[in-house]
Ligand binder design. Structure first.
Ligand SMILES: [Zn+2]
Ligand SMILES: [Zn+2]
Length: 304
C-alpha cells in the first residue's frame, strides 16, 4: 500500500481550514474495476428506530455508494448482506465500510460484510472507517468489530470528528455530530464531480451546519416528523433548518422511526421542499440515485 499524505495535504488545504490527520491511500487492491461509469447511491434500508427495524417495516442494510470504480457501504445495519444481494450489490467489491456509530441498526452487519468482502480472510483487503465506539474499546462498551475480523482487512481507521481520509480520488471528512454515542460521526464524501453528505444520527448544531455546507447531495437521517421535541436526532423541522442552510441540489430524507412512518415520509419531504425550495425526496428501500444526471433534463432519481 502506498501512503502519500503530502499529495492529499496539498489538495486538502484548498478545501479545509481545520488541521487534522490526513491519510492518502492508493492501493490496487482497493480497485474492483467494474467499469462503473456512473455514480450510484443505493438505499438498502430506510429504517430508523428499533420498532421499525425489529418488525422490518423498512430494511436496515444501510447505503451503498458506487463512484469512480470504488464502492462504499455506509452503516450496515441488520440485514445489510441480505439486502446487498437482493439489490444486486456484490459485497466482495466493497472498497471501504463506513460506520457512523455503534447503535445496532447502524453497525450490526459490519463483521458479516468484512467476511464477504475478504472471502473469509482469503484476500486481505478493504478499509474500515468508523467512529471510535465501533473500532476501539470505550469506557462503557466493546468495539463492534471483532478481533478476528480486524485481521482480515487492509486497514482500520478510527475517525475523530473532522478527521479526513483520502482514498484514491475520493476524500472523506468525518462530520461532527451530536448523538447519544458521543463518538458518532457523519460523512462528507468529496467525489471528483460532486460532494455527497450523510448526516448520520445527530441533532442540529452550528458545527454541523458549517460542515455540511457545499454538499451537492444531502442524505439526512430524520427519524421524527415535525413538531417533536427530541435531542440527538433530527425531526422534519430540523431537516428544514439544515436544508435551508446547505441548499443542496437534492436532499434525501431517510432513517424513519415509527412516528415518521405514521406521518408519511413522502408528505414530510414535500413540506421540506415547499418551505426550502430545494428538491427533497423521501428514500424508499431499493431507491437508486444516479447523481451524474444533475444538470441534465433527465431526473437523477430512477423511478421519479
Ligand atoms: Zn439511528
Ligand atoms: Zn443512533
Amino acid at each position: 500500500m502506498n501512503y502519500d499524505s503530502k499529495r492529499l495535504q496539498q489538495k486538502s488545504s484548498l478545501r479545509f481550514h481545520h488541521t487534522t490527520t490526513i491519510i492518502f491511500i492508493n492501493s490496487q487492491l482497493l480497485k474492483v474495476n467494474n467499469g462503473w461509469f456512473m455514480t450510484k447511491i443505493i438505499f438498502l434500508g430506510t429504517a430508523g428506530n428499533t420498532a421499525v427495524v425489529s418488525k422490518q417495516l423498512r430494511g436496515s442494510g444501510g447505503i451503498v455508494i458506487q463512484v469512480e470504480d470504488l464502492q462504499f457501504h455506509l452503516d450496515p445495519g441488520p440485514g445489510a448482506l441480505v439486502k446487498a444481494r437482493e439489490y444486486g450489490i456484490n459485497p466482495h467489491h466493497t472498497t471501504a465500510i463506513l460506520v457512523s456509530h455503534n447503535h445496532i441498526n447502524h453497525c450490526n452487519d459490519l463483521n458479516v460484510l468484512i467476511d464477504a468482502m475478504t472471502h473469509g480472510g482469503i484476500e486481505r483487503r478493504g478499509l474500515i472507517l468508523g467512529s471510535k465506539s465501533v473500532l476501539q474499546p470505550q469506557q462503557d462498551s466493546h468495539p463492534v468489530i471483532s478481533k478476528y475480523h480486524q485481521q482480515l482487512v487492509e486497514r482500520i481507521i478510527p475517525l475523530e470528528k473532522n478527521h479526513k481520509v483520502g482514498i484514491e480520488l475520493i476524500e472523506i471528512n468525518a462530520i461532527p455530530t451530536e448523538h447519544h454515542d458521543s463518538t458518532a460521526v457523519g460523512f462528507k464524501i468529496f467525489c471528483p464531480k460532486l460532494t455527497i453528505s450523510y448526516t448520520g444520527d445527530t441533532g442540529v448544531t452550528d458545527e454541523l451546519l458549517e460542515s455540511l455546507t457545499g454538499s451537492d447531495l444531502l442524505i439526512l437521517n430524520v427519524p421524527y416528523p415535525s413538531k417533536k421535541e427530541v435531542s440527538g436526532n433530527l425531526t422534519t423541522d430540523d431537516a428544514i433548518k439544515i436544508v435551508s442552510h446547505v441548499r443542496p441540489k437534492l436532499a434525501i430524507l431517510t432513517h424513519f422511526g415509527s412516528e415518521m412512518l405514521k406521518a408519511d415520509p413522502l408528505m414530510e419531504a414535500r413540506e421540506v421542499q415547499r418551505i426550502t425550495g430545494v428538491q427533497t425526496i423521501a428514500a424508499q428501500d431499493g431507491l437508486v440515485i444516479s447523481p451524474s444526471g444533475f444538470g441534465h433534463p433527465k431526473s437523477p432519481i430512477h423511478g421519479y
